[in-house]
Design a protein around this ligand. Structure first.
Ligand SMILES: Cc1ncc(COP(=O)(O)O)c(C=O)c1O
Length: 377
């Protein structure tokens, strides 16, 4: 199936290179939301069971995307930060426990672990600058007191991709939990829980999955589900959630136990439609197309004498390409690019471009052209 820019409604004057921040919705997601909105205003919740069927389809799509055994292993959280907090405050820590992570992480994947200092837990962070082999350096930080390695699959600022299978194997061999913030990779490249041997996976849908903000995947390895202490309670997380008359209660056996109240069905309709696009193209194909685009971008960066800050090796790359313009600080260039309708970000000491599988090559060339004209100033 050939899917490309036609699935998107992007303004042709815009160069959208910002999927690592907030991705655009495919047409289908916008249409699903319009239909949902119309239905709400005309029929209210008459077809609520149909909405729940859409929610179930979303869980199935997310389960396939991460390689989970069942849709019932997938919980829907508000966002990545909430999902990480459910894990951090669900686990039982002992004073002196350690969590190993990365110093340059996005704040959500740092502060939650640092906040556990009040319980005597230490967050030890690898400085990526000067680390030629981040996995080995992460392992070197681990001690017998290390309970968890918590990292992003792909670093948000410069796009370094970690070898999850290698970290997972180390964690398994050493009795360490493994928590992955997958927001900068899911929807862009294939992920496989069984290969990566990950205990916890979290990711909001608004970046590479092309969904709305405010709806995130929370996967907890089923054998660990019951070890997480719950801190949010309500009707929806109960085993017998539909029986409001029942006075005795217990949390649901499945991952729904992490969802305390009414689901975000508006977001569900959007993200389900967005993931339908990704599944129809196929995640392997998405990844192949994305690699062609990042390679094209890097080739342009090299050819024009810009300084690549992202990893050069294909094993280390994902969809993020960050670069510097010699002689012009990113803080100067960034607002000018945005003014010229090049939607990008200022991250990691440079300009971050993040195309997706459908991004026309012409858009990449046009954006690079704008960079070059600014560089010449
Ligand atoms: C690595 C990483 N984690 C989390 C987030 C966002 O977290 P949330 O879904 O809580 O908004 C981002 C957004 O840039 C990110 O890059």
């Amino acid at each position: 199936m050939s899917l490309g820019p036609d699935e998107f409604d992007l303004d042709p004057t815009l160069c959208h290179l910002n999927h690592a921040a907030v991705g655009p919705w495919p047409r289908r997601a916008a249409e699903a939301v319009s239909r949902f909105s119309e239905e709400n205003s005309r029929l209210g919740s008459l077809h609520y069971p149909r909405w729940l069927a859409t929610e179930h389809r979303l869980r199935e799509r997310l389960a396939r995307l991460v390689g989970a055994d069942s849709a019932t292993d997938i919980a829907l959280a508000k966002n990545t930060s909430e999902a990480l907090s459910i894990i951090a405050y669900g686990l039982t820590w002992q004073p002196g426990d350690e969590i190993v992570g990365i110093a340059q992480e996005f704040p959500s994947n740092r502060v939650v672990w640092e906040s556990l200092a009040t319980r005597g837990v230490a967050w030890k962070a690898l400085d990526l600058d000067g680390s030629a082999d981040p996995e080995t350096d992460l392992f070197a930080l681990c001690t017998p007191r290390t309970r968890m390695i918590a990292v992003s699959w792909v670093q948000y600022a410069r796009g370094l991709r970690l070898d999850l299978a290698r970290i997972g194997a180390f964690c398994r061999a050493n009795g360490i939990l493994f928590c992955v913030d997958a927001i900068q990779g899911l929807g862009a490249l294939p992920f496989d829980l069984s290969r990566a041997d990950v205990d916890f996976v979290v990711a909001d849908g608004h970046k590479w999955m092309l969904g709305p903000e405010g709806l995130a995947l929370l996967y907890v390895r089923p054998s660990l589900r019951h070890t997480l202490v719950l801190h949010q309670f309500g009707w929806h997380m109960l085993e017998h959630s539909g029986n409001f008359d029942r006075r005795d209660w217990e949390p649901a056996e499945d991952a729904r136990r992490f969802e305390c109240g009414s689901p975000n069905l508006l977001g569900v309709h959007a993200l389900e439609a967005s993931l339908a696009v990704i599944e129809e193209v196929g995640i392997e194909q998405v990844w192949r197309e994305l690699q062609l685009r990042t390679a094209h971008l890097i080739e342009g960066i090299d050819r024009h004498g810009l300084e690549l800050l992202s990893p050069r090796s294909t094993e280390r790359r994902a969809g993020i390409v960050t670069f510097r313009v010699p002689g012009r600080p990113a803080a100067e260039i960034y607002p000018e690019l945005m003014q010229r309708r090049v939607l990008c970000a200022q991250r990691g000491g440079g300009i971050r471009f993040s195309p997706h599988f459908y991004t026309p090559f012409e858009v990449i060339d046009r954006a690079l052209g704008e960079v070059l004209s600014l560089a010449a100033h």
